[in-house]
Design a protein around this ligand. Structure first.
Ligand SMILES: [Ca+2]
Ligand SMILES: [Ca+2]
Ligand SMILES: [Ca+2]
Length: 322
């Protein structure tokens, strides 16, 4: 008899999670240098970890691991190209056996036998707040599917009552770029019972980050900004020997204390610094930038049209603050 993988969410909620002593989530954040002056901006590539795929809500079912089948997985489609920095999943367990997590390649919507990387956790459970990292460098290509697969090595053979853990998820195809997959034969062949079922996960991808030269209030210094102003702040991305500002995709550009805040109200290509090459000048509404009286620098982030991540920072001096 084929046993169902599903357990009710209520059952999941009643299971007490073990203490989490796995690796802690390192919040993806910029490692780009904050350069107080333009001349100090280094034009180097640095890795940047970004959240890529994420399915964490709603929650109304979970997949039992080692109940119907020893191997349970979720496929996903990478959104950006880079190296997998880690994943997060939501497995509740009181099992004595540690959880094994693998990334496999996918063909025709189902996992293949090719294991791209794997790791055995120190615990049987793991949470979405924990980052699971792999010792292998796992390439991720935008638009390509991969699978996160778990099992409990050493646990008794899968079967009724042998469930070792529950992976939270939801019905309704809330994640359309992949599906819950299960294997009844130890991970050799796979089925996706329905596109409707998806399990909670996040993927983080490491991309090279190119530091660029920006100039808040081009030509002027110090870069005074009145946080109460209802005007605009001009910011230039400068073309240098190693970077062509005309390659920036202006729709991806954000500016503010963390570089994620304001979209540009206006942009144009012009030779801002008078050195003979075209730079890209943006105007951001001051109120959109969230710049406050305690900020002493601001950053601009974005992508080139080819997808290269960019970040630049410049100093600022708040004025009009009481
Ligand atoms: Ca799906
Ligand atoms: Ca300036
Ligand atoms: Ca120029």
């Amino acid at each position: 008899m084929k046993r169902s993988i599903f357990v009710l969410a209520a059952t999941l909620a009643s299971v007490t999670a073990l203490g989490c002593d796995g690796p802690q989530l390192t919040e993806p954040r910029s490692s780009g240098s904050i350069a107080p002056t333009l001349s100090a901006v280094p034009l180097v590539s640095q890795p940047q970890s970004v959240l890529d795929q994420s399915f964490t809500f709603p929650a109304n079912l979970s997949g039992a691991i080692n109940e119907c089948c020893a191997f349970v997985g979720q496929t996903y489609t990478a959104g950006v190209t880079g190296t997998l920095a880690g994943i997060s999943i939501e497995v509740v367990s009181s099992s004595a056996f540690p959880l094994h997590v693998a990334i496999r390649s996918v063909a025709g919507g189902l996992p293949t036998s090719a294991i791209l990387g794997d790791v055995t956790l120190s615990s049987s459970s793991t949470a979405l707040s924990q980052l699971i990292v792999f010792p292998q460098a796992i390439p991720q290509v935008a638009g390509v599917q991969y699978a996160i697969i778990v099992n409990y090595p050493g646990a008794p053979p899968a079967g009724g009552g042998q469930g070792q853990g529950s992976w939270g998820g939801a019905t309704g195809n809330a994640y359309p770029r992949g599906d819950l997959v299960i294997s009844f034969n130890g991970g050799v062949s796979w089925i996706a019972e329905s596109a409707d079922f998806d399990l909670h996960f996040k993927t983080f991808i490491s991309q090279p980050l190119l530091a660029i030269a920006i100039d808040i209030k081009p030509g002027g210094f110090p870069n005074t900004i009145n946080p109460e102003s209802h005007g605009v702040v001009p910011v230039a991305i400068l073309t240098t020997d190693t970077f062509d500002a005309t390659t920036v995709d202006p729709a991806t550009v954000r500016f503010g204390p963390t570089g994620t805040e304001a979209l540009a109200a206006h942009f144009a290509l012009e030779d801002v610094d008078g050195d003979g090459d075209r730079d890209m000048i943006f105007h951001f509404k001051t109120q959109d930038t969230s710049i406050g009286c305690r900020d002493t620098s601001a950053s601009l982030t974005g992508h080139t049209v080819a997808g290269q991540l960019l970040k630049g920072s410049d100093s600022l001096k708040p004025v009009g603050c009481r």
